[in-house]
Design a protein around this ligand. Structure first.
Ligand code: S3P
Length: 443
């Protein structure tokens, strides 16, 4: 798929951040709301959907397989589903753009429908491993032909009825878990996923909310998720909470820029997603939760974040799944903290939209941080609150979170940091730069 022309962006310190902002809808929840809406019988209505490129790729794919999905004038999204088992053969390849979540979850859906689908993606997505979903879906009977290394483009010849499986996740991945559960929706009998390490549980929550027969048991530290197939899903009204992974950039920005004081409204705080806030607090961040409530079956609060002196931390490995998307911005916080932060046990970062260990090490070093790289993470000598030198170039490698993390690093840099391409930010956070201007008084 062609890429838009690269959009470079330069940023240096702008002074304190102030004001009250909202963040866009949660990306993980938005994908799932569209998918389950498309499989329900009847009309679901979604408010707060993230209108980023990744989620729009999911919507387009579901339309291509028969669901009716429209955006109303008030911003709500209305989905008329085809029913479990009712997805139609798409006329053309499903263009997944940059979105691993769209690809892996939709592969699960189509694997147990009697249709053939081709998945294509951009240069970043085409490097990412799909073997992790191909393996369980093939065990269920799907016939999947991938490009060398188990990569995109790939073709899924689905099967119905498929064969139920009990599948122990070999990697801590909510995408793999969700692919198997979604495949299980149209599979006779009970499909089980055994999760040795808990990962984000939005699929479980939402499947249960749509009326699927799903149970979760905890034994010996493992979670066993069981779904009864040939389910009928009931259409739902869904309110998508704000994305903690988007809020993370502002929480770190306000923490590291002196005199900042901001409120981030409506942030999802599902415990399987909130690891960064736990770590920031342990580093000394001043993050206050205001008005904790439940939105769309998920815990939510407004977060007031004020500048604070951060100190280094050894990030507990068991927190990795609950903050897996937040490491790039954590590395920025660590670069400004006092002392040596150790963030390891996170080798999955190497197979995200970019190799986030190598790419962040290179970008932050160029900006003046002292970093040691390991296969599974980084150690970072923090500057004890002193700003970064800046005067550096950072390559975003088609990775939205690298572009946003290095923008925040720029807010703590004396001379500008130039990011070669910020266009990928539109995959998850189209309003990011508008919010940046708002918080820094440049709107
Ligand atoms: C996601 C799961 C995570 C995360 C991704 C979204 C999801 O990926 O990095 O941004 O919505 O299930 P993995 O499951 O591959 O860790």
């Amino acid at each position: 798929m062609p890429h838009p022309a690269p959009r470079p962006f330069s940023i240096a310190a702008r002074g304190p951040l102030a004001g009250r902002i909202t963040v866009p809808g949660d990306k993980s929840i938005s994908h799932r709301a569209l998918m389950l809406g498309a499989l329900a019988v009847g009309t679901s209505r979604i408010t707060g959907l993230l209108e980023g490129e990744d989620v729009l790729a999911t919507a387009a794919a579901l339309r291509g397989m028969g669901a009716t999905i429209i955006r109303e004038d008030d911003g709500a999204w209305v989905v008329d589903g085809v029913g479990v088992g009712g997805l139609l053969q798409p006329e053309s390849a499903l263009e997944m753009g940059n979105s691993g979540t769209s690809t892996r979850l939709l592969m699960g859906l189509v694997a147990t429908h009697p249709i053939t689908t081709t998945f294509t993606g951009d240069a970043s997505l085409s490097k990412r491993p799909m073997g992790r979903v191909i393996e369980p879906l093939a065990q269920m009977g799907a016939d999947i032909t991938a490009s060398p290394g188990g990569r995109l483009p790939l073709m899924v010849r689905g099967i119905a009825p498929a064969v139920r499986i009990d599948y122990r996740l070999p990697v801590a991945s909510a995408q793999v878990k969700s692919a198997v559960l979604l495949a299980g929706l149209n599979t006779p009998g009970i499909t089980r996923v055994i999760e040795p390490v808990p990962t984000r549980d939005h699929s479980e929550r939402m499947l249960a909310g749509f009326g699927a027969d799903l149970t979760v048991e905890e034994t010996g530290g493992e979670r066993i998720i069981a779904i009864r197939g040939e389910a009928e899903l009931q259409p739902q009204q869904i309110t998508v909470p704000g994305d903690p992974s988007s809020a993370a950039f502002w929480a770190v920005a306000a923490s590291i820029v002196p005199e900042s004081d901001i409120v981030i409204a409506n942030v999802g705080l599902n415990p399987t997603r909130a690891g960064l806030f736990t770590v920031l607090r342990a580093m000394g961040a001043d993050i206050e939760e205001i008005d904790r409530r439940t939105v769309g079956g998920e815990p939510v609060a407004d977060l007031r974040v004020r500048h604070a002196a951060l100190s280094a931390i050894e990030v507990p490995h068991d927190l990795a799944p609950s903050m897996i998307d937040e490491y790039p911005i954590l590395f920025v916080a660590a670069a400004l903290a006092e002392g040596r932060t150790v963030a390891r046990g996170a080798e999955e970062l190497r197979v995200k939209e970019s190799d986030r260990i190598a790419v962040m090490a290179t970008a932050l070093r160029a900006a003046g941080a002292r970093i040691e790289e390991f296969e599974d993470g980084l150690t970072i000598e923090g500057r004890g609150g002193a700003p970064l030198a800046g005067n550096a170039h950072a390559a975003s490698h088609l990775d939205h979170r690298i572009a946003m993390a290095m923008t925040v690093a720029g807010l703590a840099a004396i001379a500008p940091i130039t990011i070669d391409d910020i266009a990928p930010v539109a995959t998850s956070y189209p309003a990011f730069f508008g919010t940046l201007d708002q918080l820094t008084g440049q709107a």
